[in-house]
Design a protein around this ligand. Structure first.
Ligand code: GLU
Length: 298
């Protein structure tokens, strides 16, 4: 994969409108915006609103107001993932045709119970980088009759990537890797300085790529949309760095180009915890209303 496919670098900020933006988002958005400006590139805004229950148009409007307050501007129209479910269905179909997708019938409760039973004597069931238990597989947890019943029924299921089959399919392209930029702040001189990092998607196990009622997931839509929007450079927080392994795998499976990645440091609160949308008092809205100016944010 070469990197000169995009003569004009394309950057994006891709928030999920399921809460209020905080200073960490402002930092990320600024890095992308300033990089685009410094490199005479393009800057896009994408609303990652596939969770139609938690993402609302009020929160989206609030985000736009916050980003305008930060002094950012972006190309129109804003891409909304909730309007692209058909595109994600196509990608799922392709993965299904490759034979790397399967229906998993275990609920979160089933998995919780399985893990609690497994760990009762001190054994440790493996977790993914987000701390969630690796999917144990239906046959390990459900009886043959129960599995048959769920398969025949109308209940919920998730569509999961068969990690083992997926890795076998790209065996000739191993080791999978991504390009990581050296610096989070881009100048024309530092833009192409980076190293390749070896990806290890197996640490995620059989990740969810869709659910019965939602034909996509964060991992699937982010790679489909970065490609669809011609994004050449992804600058995002270090918390998403482990996910890049899954993104590279999906790009290989779907035949999508790989962007350059940069994972920036995370801003911490006064207790050393990373900022989270659940702390409304630290939201940009609250800080603005309390008289904080943009250059005091970080
Ligand atoms: N929507 C993701 C978030 O708000 C960011 C996705 C990305 O930058 O890749 O955390």
């Amino acid at each position: 994969m070469t990197f000169d496919r995009s003569p004009v670098p394309v950057f994006r900020f891709a928030p999920s409108p399921n809460g209020l933006l905080h200073a960490g988002h402002a930092f990320s958005a600024h890095l992308n915006f300033e990089a685009a400006r410094g490199l005479e590139g393009r800057f896009l805004l994408r609303m990652e609103d596939i969770d139609q229950i938690r993402c609302t148009s009020d929160l989206e409007a609030q985000m736009v107001e916050d980003l305008q307050w930060l002094g950012l501007s972006w190309e129109m129209p804003v891409l909304r993932q909730s309007e692209r479910f058909d595109v994600y269905r196509q990608a799922l179909k392709k993965l299904d045709e490759l034979g790397v997708l399967y229906r998993g019938y275990l609920s979160r409760g089933d998995i919780r119970k399985f893990v609690a039973d497994f760990e009762v004597d001190g054994a440790v069931w493996p977790r993914d980088p987000d701390g969630a238990p690796i999917y144990p597989g239906d046959a390990r947890v459900l009886s043959a009759q129960e599995l048959e019943k769920r398969r025949a029924g109308d209940g919920p299921y998730s569509l999961r990537l068969n990690m083992k089959a997926a890795l076998e399919l790209i065996e000739d392209r191993q080791p999978l890797s991504w390009w990581e930029g050296k610096s989070e702040c881009l100048t024309p001189e530092s833009w192409l300085e980076g190293t390749r990092i070896v990806a290890d998607p197996s640490v995620w196990g059989d990740v969810v790529l869709a659910r019965k009622d939602t034909p996509t997931s964060y991992h699937l839509s982010v790679v489909v949309d970065d490609a669809a929007q011609g994004v050449s450079d992804v600058i995002r927080g270090k918390d998403l760095e482990p996910a890049t392994s899954v993104h590279r795998l999906l790009q290989e499976l779907l035949g999508l180009p790989e962007p350059r990645y940069r994972h920036h440091r995370l801003l911490l609160d006064e207790d050393g915890e990373k900022l989270s949308k659940s702390r409304a008092s630290l939201s940009l809205k609250a800080l603005r209303e309390a008289g904080t100016s943009v250059d005091q944010l970080y």
